[in-house]
Structures are given as structure tokens and as C-alpha cells.
Design a protein around this ligand. Sequence first.
Ligand SMILES: NC(=O)c1ccc[n+]([C@@H]2O[C@H](COP(=O)([O-])OP(=O)(O)OC[C@H]3O[C@@H](n4cnc5c(N)ncnc54)[C@H](OP(=O)(O)O)[C@@H]3O)[C@@H](O)[C@H]2O)c1
Length: 293
Amino acid sequence: MSKFTNSTLLVTGASGKLGRLAVEELLARGATKVIAGTRDPAKLQDLAAKGAEIRKIDFDEPATLAAALAGVERVLIVSTDAVGRRVAQQQAIIDAAKAAGVKHIVYTSAPAARPDADAGLNPEHFWTEVAIAASGLDFTILRNHMYAENTLADAGHVISSGQLFGLIGDRGTSYVTRADTARTAAGALLSAEGKTVEDVTGPAPVTNVERAALFTKLTGKPVNVVALTPADLQKGLEAAGLPDFFAAALVAFQRDAVTGFHGAVTDVVERYSGRKPTTFADFLTANKAALGA
Ligand SMILES: NC(=O)c1ccc[n+]([C@@H]2O[C@H](COP(=O)([O-])OP(=O)(O)OC[C@H]3O[C@@H](n4cnc5c(N)ncnc54)[C@H](OP(=O)(O)O)[C@@H]3O)[C@@H](O)[C@H]2O)c1
């Protein structure tokens, strides 16, 4: 039994993909007082049937958060998808947690969270980390590396065109499955103490060349990497119809893979989830249908 199995544990964003998996993991690991927070409680009736208490939690409604956090000892704050508004949203739940007497915050951050203007989506995570530290509460910042699932979004197009566009100098990305990050977050909520920042990674970095080779192996279709400069990749993504801010965010992720920020490998998944992280090859093999294979 983990140290905090009988503490009152709250997961925000519990109808999101990661949040739901985290609640299910807490229940599976025997947590006795699990609260699933979401903007839309109607979506979580199945979790109520499994023993979770459901509460309405919307970071955009700060006046409601004090009641929503009543009695909570430890909270997993799932970063929201409202890009551009996240710092204010997440400041609201941090402030409410402190006021409600929460002892420990777990937060889903991003690799190499930093304030740099050209760091894509990272500044929002960095400033949230700063706000959590400034609260004085204990915390576990979980810097979730790139979801393996992200690679499925354009896999069909990459494979049918035979071209995987990346950056010159790519050093690889330690893709981690969303399920592994959710189990890790649940484990941290159940056991972590003190103030720590942890990188949540897959078991090995995968370069674009290796990703293309896996696509070829699993589908029989030749896929080659086209290595570009950041400016050319940005232009290509915009020409393909992506809004410029979204293209810039994708290029920033790839630049971080060139820098080496995405190639870190840690034991964090295994330490908190009790299982070895899924390899990228196993993930793609399990998702062959999404590759058009
Ligand atoms: N590491 C990566 O590769 C990667 C990739 C994509 C996203 N992310 C980040 O990881 C987070 C979780 O990923 P996911 O796959 O579970 O995303 P998702 O399914 O799109 O979930 C979005 C989450 O945002 C929450 N949310 C949105 N507005 C909110 C608000 N006003 N108040 C409280 N919560 C709000 C949702 O909660 P409810 O709907 O339950 O209220 C939900 O949990 C994302 O939100 C994003 O910050 C990471």
C-alpha cells in the first residue's frame, strides 16, 4: 500500500484522456477517497459507479473552486488544453488548493519547461511550475515527454507520401505513452513527498530516421526522412494549411529534439507506475491499424 492510499485525492480534468486514465489507476491501486473533477460531471458517471466522487471543477470559474477543493489533501492538476490562457487558469486552481489546505500538488508539465520566447508551448508550463513553487506547497512536477500517440496524428499521411519531414540534426525523442504518463501521475499522487521535478520519458530516444524505419517495417511502404532547417519546416507546415502559431509550436518541439531536450531517459515511469515504460516499437505495433497497415 502506498503512503497516501487513504488520503483524499483529487484529479482535475478527469474527463480528458490522461485524467480519466489516472482516476482509473488510482481506483485500481486501491485508493479509497478519489475525487474526479471535471467541467462536465455527466461524462463521468461510469467512474462514480466504480467508487469515485465526482465534482464540477472549471479553472475558468475561480469563485467555485474553494468548495470544489474542500477536504482535498493531494491534487493532480492536469494541464489544460486552452493554449494561451493556461497560466491564469492554472494559477486559479493553485491559489484555491493553497487556500483549501491541500498539502501536495502533482502537475503535468512538459520537457525543458522554460520561459524562452521561442520555446513553443513551454513558457506556459514554466510559469505554472513557478506558481506552484511560489505557493509553498509540496509538489511533484511531472515533465511528460512527447506522447507516442502524437505520432499517429500524421502517420497515415507520412506513410502514404513516403516522406517524414523533420529537422537537420535530430537527436531523437523518448516517446512515452499517455497511459504510462497517467499511471505515473497516479503513482506520484499516491506516494510522492517533498518538492521534486521529474522527467517522464519512454525507455529510449527514437530518431526521425528510426521512426521512418519502423513505419516501413510495419507497413512495407518505404518512408524516408526529409531533414529541413527550422525556417523551411515552418514554411512547409504553413503551406500545408497549419496556422502559423501551431506550425511554430511544432517546429519548437522539433528544435528541442535537435538540442537534445527530448532525448532524456529516466526511471520515473517505472518508479511511480511499477511497470517498465512501453517501447515505441511496441506502441506502433499495437497501433498498426492507425498506420494503414
Ligand atoms: N506530452 C504531450 O505530448 C502532450 C500532448 C498533448 C497535450 N498535452 C498536455 O497534457 C494534457 C492532458 O492530455 P490529454 O491527452 O488528456 O488531453 P485532452 O484529452 O485534450 O484533455 C484536455 C484536458 O484539459 C482539461 N481542461 C480544459 N479546460 C479546462 C478548464 N477550464 N478547467 C479545468 N480543466 C480543463 C480537460 O478537463 P475536463 O474536460 O475534464 O474538464 C482535460 O483534462 C493536455 O491538456 C495538455 O496540456 C501533452
